[in-house]
Write a protein that binds this ligand. Structure first.
Ligand SMILES: Cc1cc2nc3c(=O)[nH]c(=O)nc-3n(C[C@H](O)[C@H](O)[C@H](O)COP(=O)(O)OP(=O)(O)OC[C@H]3O[C@@H](n4cnc5c(N)ncnc54)[C@H](O)[C@@H]3O)c2cc1C
Length: 441
């Protein structure tokens, strides 16, 4: 049996942030997780508000204000009934980035503006806070640059030549003139030239001999190419800044890492950093445990049932934080014709705050499998109040239960680009409030 003061179910960004925030109050906090979820699939950059109401914006604060005005069920709107939402988002992101920074993963960016970053599929990503390995590649800083996109023979899912021509096109759409774009595909003796994954390449870059060989190769390429900036699909997992510095010194150019879809090295780097920092600050983390049910009494959760293989055992806490994510995390599953929350069987609500009706979703999907407003199921989840307590018919479901992250309804991060921002702020508030609950506040 596990006994703890706060039990966090789910170890993605929301769960790790909530757990760490709660340990600030010197409480005993335990995270259990069955595997991994959307946080590991992300790009490792923090979106706060990229496309409010479906229109892209470079001004997240204005976007948040629009959402608060037009979408009362959005987590930012719910929070704004009790707090200054911009300030609490700033606090939450500062908390998250300082956790990462303590483990050597540095972020740049400001809540006042979104930036455009180039990615490994030849397109771009609008975001707010990004790892500093990407800084030299922020689009508005590339005006007049001569960019060399560097590929590796056999690297799966990255076509440097395509990216180089595509970047020129995308840059001009944002009124940025790239003086020149070119590409190269490197081949190094220690590199497997088929089925090479980006994670394997990143791990190799952390090795001194490989890094030295690569720096030399880059220097040779640059000598023939008239290059001011070098874009790489990864700069390594553990030593990206050291690698960047060495490549820059060797080549005399500005070097940066492209944003990448899963498997994303920056996402893995971020999640490893958050987990290490959470443990350092006293959070106990058990991976491989799945919450499969609970015991409740009136409006109180008494224990959660955990499963590990065939074994079943209870975990008891004074407060519980549900941070199980959505479909990728496994906090919500679709079974036959039903969509359900998997641990507490809480009712689900749609993006507008209405009880989720499966028939409505089917009807919407039947009209258009790819609706412009986003897949309707991505906006569903549990409904919370401003303290992050799940509510059912506007009544608090359990006094000692809180929720955080993408299990919460009322927003569609795929459409609006707010995923990690909402996960961070709801995790931050849930962690604080769960701690206050345990302390008897
Ligand atoms: C491909 C992709 C790219 C993205 N890119 C970005 C991006 O660039 N920027 C951005 O801001 N956002 C991005 N997002 C969104 C962002 O990743 C999510 O909004 C955010 O990570 C959600 O965090 P979470 O902690 O709520 O959920 P998750 O990260 O899904 O974590 C939930 C955790 O709960 C665990 N769990 C679930 N059920 C149980 C159970 N019963 N028992 C125990 N554990 C359980 C899961 O194993 C999982 O680890 C992206 C998402 C995807 C899918």
């Amino acid at each position: 049996m596990i006994e703890t003061e706060i039990l966090v179910i789910g170890g993605g960004v929301a769960g790790l942030l909530a757990a760490t925030k709660a340990t600030d109050e010197k409480l005993e906090v335990t995270v259990i997780d069955k595997g991994s979820g959307a946080s590991y699939q992300s790009s490792g950059v923090i979106d706060v508000m990229g496309c409010p109401l479906g229109e892209a914006t470079l001004k997240p604060i204005e976007g948040i204000a629009q959402v608060i005005e037009c979408s009362p069920s959005h987590p930012y709107s719910v929070i704004s009934s009790e707090r200054n939402v911009t300030n609490v988002i700033k606090d939450a992101i500062r908390y998250l980035t300082s956790m990462a920074s303590n483990r050597g993963v540095e972020f740049k960016g400001e809540i006042e503006r979104n930036v455009v970053l180039l990615n490994t599929i030849g397109s771009f990503k609008l975001t707010c806070f990004y790892q500093s390995t990407m800084d030299r590649g922020v689009l508005h800083k590339l005006e007049g640059a001569s960019l060399l996109v560097t590929g590796f023979k056999g690297l799966v899912g990255f076509n440097a030549r395509f990216c180089s021509s595509s970047f020129k096109h995308f840059a001009s759409k944002f009124n940025i003139e790239l003086r020149k774009t070119s590409s190269t595909e490197l081949s190094l003796p220690s590199l497997r030239e088929f089925n090479l994954t980006i994670i394997e390449l990143a791990r190799m870059m952390d090795e001194d001999d490989f890094r030295k060989d690569l720096a030399k190769k880059l220097e040779t390429e640059i000598a023939v190419n008239d290059v001011s900036h070098v874009a790489l699909p990864t700069l390594g997992l553990k030593k990206p800044y050291e690698n960047m510095r060495i490549f820059e010194e060797e080549t005399g150019t500005s070097v940066f890492e492209l944003v990448s879809p899963p498997p994303s090295v920056p996402a893995q780097r971020l999640m490893e950093a958050l987990e290490e920092e959470a443990i350092e600050r006293g959070v106990r983390i058990f991976r491989g445990y799945k919450a499969v049910g609970f015991e409740g009494e009136g409006r109180s959760i008494k224990s959660v049932t955990l499963a590990s293989g065939e074994k079943r055992f209870p975990a008891k806490a004074k407060a519980y934080i549900l941070a199980t994510g959505k479909f990728i995390g496994g906090g919500i599953v679709e079974e036959r014709d039903k969509v359900k929350e998997t641990v507490f069987n809480l009712p689900l609500y749609d993006e507008k705050g209405e009880p989720l009706k499966r028939q409505n979703i089917s009807r919407l999907l039947a009209k258009s499998p790819f609706p412009r407003e986003g897949h309707p199921l991505m906006g569903c989840g549990v409904k919370v109040n401003a303290q992050m307590k799940p509510v059912v018919n506007d009544e608090v479901a359990y006094d000692n239960l809180f929720a955080a992250g993408s299990i919460i309804s009322g927003y569609n991060y795929v459409r609006e680009k707010s995923g990690m921002g909402v996960a961070a702020v709801t995790g931050y508030i849930a962690g604080m409030n769960a701690a206050t609950h345990v302390e008897g506040g």
